[in-house]
Design a protein around this ligand. Structure first.
Ligand SMILES: CC(C)(COP(=O)(O)OP(=O)(O)OC[C@H]1O[C@@H](n2cnc3c(N)ncnc32)[C@H](O)[C@@H]1OP(=O)(O)O)[C@@H](O)C(=O)NCCC(=O)NCCS
Length: 219
């Protein structure tokens, strides 16, 4: 997709390291000192749940400045019926290009492709500020939760087709790909391949703590 300002195109193997660096720059010290998202991208591309058809980058003035990726996931109802959905993320834009509409363009483009592929529901964890204007709603509004009726405030749901979720309770079953990021040693070894960067604290880490530990208890 091309407009006067940017080009959105599929990621190629040649882009891999640069895309990982974009993620590292965008997430560095955002949610914790340092970050793991560049490693996450590195391993998720090899994972069976990764969806290459939804792996996109955005270029501005010939420079790659952002990317978005998706993985397969499932919703399971109380009778054990399953529904295939997608988890969006990571999505990131280089800090100096943020808040100019590029993240929005990446989501709009890939939502259209996901819908064409037959997916009707997108889920991700995140800061609601980034997503509510894209039509995401709280998981509670769609009765989507984790086992134990646990409705995290940061669990956000976007339906790509009216009526995709019919009000019955769904349990969200994400891919296990993210668990691989808990290997701090592997993350550190991978990070050492990039230029040195200083780990530190910034207020967004507290914001992340609040969002990621909050639960919506009532409608
Ligand atoms: C989150 C991120 C991908 C968004 O991309 P972006 O190009 O900066 O965002 P956009 O300019 O497209 O704006 C998207 C939405 O963010 C919100 N937004 C924009 N500016 C904002 C601001 N100053 N404060 C709060 N929200 C803002 C709006 O909802 C906006 O949509 P709208 O213009 O329709 O109202 C990007 O900022 C980023 O990489 N951040 C760091 C990594 C990250 O947090 N990734 C997401 C993990 S949950």
């Amino acid at each position: 997709m091309k407009n006067n300002d940017y080009i959105i195109r599929r990621e190629t193997e040649k882009d891999y390291r640069e895309v990982e660096n974009i993620a590292r720059e965008a997430f560095w010290n955002l949610n914790k000192p340092g970050c793991h998202e560049h490693y996450f991208i590195h391993i998720m591309r090899q994972h069976e749940d990764f969806i290459p058809e939804l792996d996109y980058v955005i270029e501005v003035g010939g420079r790659m400045v952002g990317c978005v990726m998706y993985c397969k996931a499932k919703l399971r109802d109380e009778n054990g019926s399953e529904k295939q959905i997608v988890t969006m993320g990571p999505i990131c834009v280089l800090p100096e290009y943020q808040r100019k509409g590029y993240g929005k363009a990446l989501l709009k483009h890939t939502f259209g492709i996901a819908a064409d592929m037959g997916y009707d529901t997108v889920i991700n964890f995140g800061n609601p500020d980034n997503y509510v204007a894209r039509g995401y709603k709280s998981c509670r509004k769609y009765n989507v939760c984790f086992e134990g009726d646990f409705f995290p405030a940061a669990l956000l749901v976007k339906v790509l087709k009216d009526g995709a979720l019919d009000g019955r309770k769904w349990f969200y079953c994400p891919s296990d790909v993210e668990e691989l990021c808990n290997d701090e040693e592997a993350v550190g070894d991978f990070d050492a391949l990039f230029p040195p960067k200083v780990k530190g604290w910034q207020p967004s880490q507290e914001e992340f703590y609040i969002h990621s530990h909050s639960v919506i208890n009532r409608e």
